[in-house]
Design a protein around this ligand. Structure first.
Ligand code: KIV
Ligand code: NA
Length: 265
């Protein structure tokens, strides 16, 4: 199978073929996602929420991201694997950003990194790119800044923030990013940004105008029972499927219905 590259994503935008991206954090899930034909697997710092149970993405460490990423890389034979630089591993200075990105590439075997922010992190983005590491940008509702925003509501509804987002997107393209994630912003704005860029945009809660879409795998499979924002389409109800299977197992064990004669040596 031919590996998806940053160049194939660019070609997809040129042809008008939409890009499908999902998160994964472990080998078994990534194997299913890769085999199903996903273009990009994101080892998101949403692992902090869905894997570790933290309330925000802030606590996850670089070592923990590398562990998740290396597990995903072993499963992905077709997808491009992109890894989030976690909070605190790139904002301080651009040398620290580069050494964090190098650790991810070297220790996990991933193909690219993703950083949150625009003009403020330009120096870090440039330095990582000069080392030959592809960078994906991330603008809009950037969860590592949740304490600045105060809420998880839609960003860039006001003109000033919308204009900054447009400038940031152009800046990221000019620096050499291969794509940019647009999270939870008005569809019209995301469409305008997409039109203004040569590089692909990947939306989450950013509407139909983006060049691709991304969702957190646990959310789209219905593994997170309570989480149902408007942008999320739930493609399965795995919470119920797993809950039923586990209840069935418990009752079989209690009733001595498992194992049967045929299930023992
Ligand atoms: O960490 C993550 O899952 C993400 C996507 C939602 C874009 O950054
Ligand atoms: Na993320």
């Amino acid at each position: 199978i031919k590996r998806v590259t940053t160049h194939s994503l660019q070609a997809m935008k040129s042809k008008g073929e939409k890009i499908a991206m999902l998160t994964s954090y472990d080998y078994s899930m990534a194997a299913i996602v890769d085999n199903a034909g996903i273009d990009v697997i994101l080892v998101g710092d949403s692992a902090s929420n869905v894997m570790a149970g933290h309330e925000t993405t802030l606590p996850i460490t670089l070592d923990q991201m590398i562990y998740h990423a290396s597990s995903v890389v072993r499963a992905a034979s077709r997808a491009l694997v992109v890894v989030d630089l976690p909070f605190g591993s790139y904002q301080g200075n651009s040398k620290e950003a580069l050494s964090s990105a190098i650790r991810i590439m070297k220790e996990s075997g991933a193909h690219a990194v993703k950083l949150e922010g625009g003009i403020e992190i330009a120096e870090s983005v440039s330095r990582i790119l000069t080392a030959g590491i592809p960078v994906m940008g991330h603008l809009g509702l950037t969860p590592q800044s949740i304490y600045k925003f105060g809420t998880y509501t839609v960003r860039a509804k006001e003109e000033a923030e919308a204009q900054k987002l447009k400038d940031d997107a152009l800046k990221l393209q000019e620096l050499g990013c291969f794509a940019v994630v647009l999270e939870k912003i008005p569809a019209v704005l995301a469409g305008e940004v997409t039109q203004s860029l040569q590089i692909p945009t990947i939306g989450i809660g950013a509407g139909q105008g983006c060049d691709g879409q991304v969702l957190v795998i646990h959310d789209m499979l219905g593994l997170n029972k309570g989480f149902r924002p408007r942008f999320l389409r739930q493609y399965a109800s795995l919470y119920e499927v797993m809950n039923d299977a586990i209840k069935h197992y418990v009752s079989d064990v209690k009733a001595q219905a498992f194992p049967s004669d045929k299930e023992q040596y």
